[in-house]
Write a protein that binds this ligand. Structure first.
Ligand SMILES: Cc1cc2nc3c(=O)[nH]c(=O)nc-3n(C[C@H](O)[C@H](O)[C@H](O)COP(=O)(O)OP(=O)(O)OC[C@H]3O[C@@H](n4cnc5c(N)ncnc54)[C@H](O)[C@@H]3O)c2cc1C
Length: 308
């Protein structure tokens, strides 16, 4: 029989055992990651994923953890986050090549420095390149699909470059939600612009965000847009703004944000999500679809996204 893998030995410098998710996830609550691997370079990230795939060990890749809701208690299994990989994106002509762990903010900053336009409206999304592609993140009428040219992925034991047309990018979704590919890096195709125009768009977007969105800890919009319009508008019409459960609250500023006012638990968050879902269903006959991802629920995400 093969000896069990000793993760602490293999990932020695980059592994945490029983890591507190509230310190890593933007919602600021949750239980513990049984194993959390935090590579500091994209080369280590690639080697760790190859190793795990080779050993057929299930794991879940995470970015900056700004779209996930970690469960209370122990989240069993291996989680690999790219959030500590700090390598500056490279510029080649009108293209920017960024590793999966680069923040969208960093990519937008480099685009500004090189007077490359097209991506500036995504500047305020707090995720990584990998997480943003996974969800086809978007804001103010621009989404990742509009600026992405190709991605480099690991698919099992193979590395592949895929053009954007093959990624199934649609409103807050992509093929990555159902396949087992891991994003290593991305190439964005931008256009020549000028610093003043880019800065003014960035400022306008930042202003709109601060006017309409809460500052407190959250995972961004809870629900996707509906056939009747923005989920926040429906929730507002149902009078749900300001409803609380424990330390969680449906934001008084924006009804599609559930915030952590301090001491919230995953259960508090889910209770409000259920209240919102049920109330909108009763009032409008619309089934709200979640944009945030519940993590570690019955270890479901681990087994569903197990990579071989
Ligand atoms: C204050 C706030 C504002 C926000 N505003 C917006 C907004 O305007 N628009 C918007 O679209 N979103 C918004 N979000 C949500 C979130 O920031 C985005 O969905 C973001 O793209 C998630 O990136 P992440 O790196 O945090 O991913 P994570 O939350 O860590 O992970 C999200 C998913 O991506 C997968 N993933 C991550 N990296 C990889 C990889 N390398 N390979 C394969 N899969 C991977 C994970 O498995 C997971 O399923 C907001 C969130 C907050 C907290």
């Amino acid at each position: 029989m093969e000896r069990a893998v000793n993760f602490e030995e293999i990932f020695e410098k980059d592994i945490l055992h029983y890591a507190d998710s509230s310190k890593f996830c933007s919602v600021g609550f949750g239980g513990q990651f049984e194993w959390l691997i935090l590579p500091k370079t994209s080369q280590d990230f690639c080697e760790y994923i190859s190793f795990l795939n080779n050993k057929q060990t299930p794991y879940k890749v995470l970015g900056n953890m700004t779209n996930i809701i970690p469960q209370d208690g122990l989240m069993k299994g291996i989680f690999v986050s790219t959030k500590l990989i700090k390598e500056p994106p490279k510029v080649v002509g009108n293209r920017i090549i960024a590793n999966a762990g680069a923040s969208l903010f960093e990519v937008c900053k480099v685009a500004l420095e090189h007077e490359l336009g097209g991506i500036e409206k995504l500047c305020g999304i707090p995720g990584t390149v990998g997480g943003a592609i996974f969800n086809n993140a978007g804001a103010f009428g621009t989404e990742i699909a509009n600026v992405l040219e190709s991605v480099l992925v690991i698919d099992g034991l193979e590395m592949k470059s895929l053009p954007v047309a093959d990624l199934g990018l649609n409103y807050r979704t992509s093929n990555f939600k159902t396949n087992k590919q891991i994003i290593l890096s991305a190439t964005f195709m931008l256009h020549s612009s000028n610093k003043n125009d880019i800065i003014s768009t960035m400022r306008e977007c930042a202003k709109k965000r601060s006017q309409t969105q809460p500052q407190a800890a959250s995972a961004g919009s809870v629900f996707k847009r509906t056939a009747l319009g923005a989920a926040g508008m429906l929730l507002d019409k149902c009078g749900l703004k300001g409803k609380t459960c424990g330390g969680a609250e449906i934001s008084k500023k924006h009804a599609n944000f559930v915030i952590n006012n301090g001491g919230a638990t995953c259960q508090d968050y889910k209770t409000l999500v259920k209240l919102a879902t049920d109330t909108v269903w009763q009032n409008f006959g619309i089934e709200l679809e979640r944009e945030v991802e519940y993590l570690g629920e019955n270890n479901e995400s681990n087994s569903r996204l197990s990579h071989t």
